[in-house]
Design a protein around this ligand. Structure first.
Ligand code: PMP
Ligand code: GLN
Length: 381
């Protein structure tokens, strides 16, 4: 978390956004949309501020939001959480993840994570005094295999930290992979912490299935999501989790001393968003899917090797066909070479110093911005 001089190391996303700001390059690095979410959702937050929702909300989140989350889980997935005891509103998915890991592990316990790894997982595991065990997903299929999973699980394993749709690979794990994780969790008595922030950002024919809906998994899963992605409001930091009562109680005990509460005027607005008609929510994913395709085609035309994503804000491209073997060096140079910023995939690695030619680009931008970036990258050859 700190460098040799005791200075906090900026996250790879902060560093790449700073590089884009400094150079004026198009920022396809950090994943945030360049347009804000549905107007009714934005207006609802403004109304909430005007009508006085500006003081501490209840510790577990305002009742209308917890009820809206419960209805959302029921409508989309057939799960029936009790809004009073089985749901907790958090400061983004980040806090839900960190509070879960702190609450559900003792120092020395092991947490299994998929690699490439989203950066906050490793930091949270370290802050909890737990130990990270990685399961590698291999480019370009990025499939979870039984061998890799069972090799990472030991007698000290407490949690499997799952992420699907997966950042940065853009994979939506399929039913066979989820069954694998569920079987291991049930056999070994493990809890699955499921980061599903991109649940609505999947592209047909891929569909998200919460692992909590698999047999025997409701009682051993913490399902985490966030309004930031679905409603393009990443700065609001309204996330939530859903699990059985004892688990939610344990995580609430941690959350109350991390942030206590958060985001009162945003909470009713997110409640409204979650209640939007299914078609409107589905259209958000379909729209993003068109942008993802535009970016994928643009990167392929520029000479990268590309794996089309199943979902998420991201597309991974291999720069090796263009003669670049070190993605980190390429990303540092990309503003000069092409006026574009991406994120090196090796930053998501257990050993970030091992070079990889893979670069993650964000597709959550206006189509004209994606087209311009792709054109610039094509000019690099
Ligand atoms: N998990 C994943 C996989 C993410 O990509 C992100 C944000 N980009 C988060 C968690 C954090 O979400 P939030 O901003 O709601 O804290
Ligand atoms: N999750 C975003 C990404 O992957 C970044 C969020 C952050 O910067 N912490 O780009």
């Amino acid at each position: 978390l700190l460098d040799r001089n005791g200075v906090p190391t900026p996250t790879i996303f902060a560093r790449m956004s700073e590089l884009a700001a400094r150079t004026g390059a198009i920022n396809l690095g950090q994943g945030f949309p360049d347009t804000d979410g549905p107007a009714v959702v934005l207006e609802s937050a403004v109304d909430a501020i005007r009508s006085g929702a500006n003081q501490y909300p209840p510790g577990r989140g305002v009742a209308p939001l917890r009820q809206a989350i419960a209805r959302h889980q029921s409508r989309w997935y057939g799960m029936e959480p009790d809004p009073d005891t089985e749901i907790l509103v958090t400061a983004g998915a980040t806090e839900a993840l960190t509070a879960s890991i702190i609450a559900l592990t003792e120092p020395g316990d092991e947490v299994v994570v998929l690699e490439p790894i989203y950066d906050s997982y490793s930091a949270a595991i370290e802050m909890a005094g737990a130990v990270r065990r990685t399961v590698r997903l291999e480019w370009p299929e990025y499939r979870l295999t039984a061998e890799a999973l069972t090799a990472a699980v030991s007698g000290r394993t407490r949690l499997i930290l799952l992420n699907t749709p997966h950042n940065p690979t853009g994979r939506v794990l399929d039913r066979a992979e989820l069954d694998l994780v569920a079987a291991v969790a049930r056999e070994r008595g493990l809890i699955v912490v499921a980061d599903e922030v991109y649940e609505h950002l999947t592209f047909a024919p891929h569909r998200h299935t919460p692992i909590a809906t698999l047999p025997g998994m409701a009682e051993r899963t913490v399902t985490i999501s966030s309004a930031g992605k679905t409603f393009s409001v990443t700065g609001w930091k309204i996330g939530w989790l859903h699990a059985q009562r004892d688990i939610v109680d344990a995580i609430t005990a941690v959350k109350q001393f991390l942030t206590y509460v958060n985001g009162s005027p945003f909470q009713p607005a997110v409640a409204l968003g979650l209640g939007l008609p299914d078609d409107e929510i589905r259209a958000i994913g379909e729209d993003l899917g068109r942008r993802s395709t535009l970016l994928t085609e643009g990167l392929a035309a520029a000479g990268f090797g590309v794996r089309p994503s199943d979902g998420t804000y991201f597309v991974i491209a291999d720069a090796a066909p263009l003669g670049y073997t070190d993605g980190a060096a390429l990303c540092d140079d990309l503003p000069r070479l092409a006026g574009v910023v991406g994120v090196p995939v090796q930053a998501f690695s257990e050993n970030p110093s091992v070079p990889s030619s893979l670069v993650r680009f964000a597709c959550c931008k206006r189509p004209e911005v994606i087209a311009e970036a792709a054109g610039r990258l094509a000019g690099m050859r």
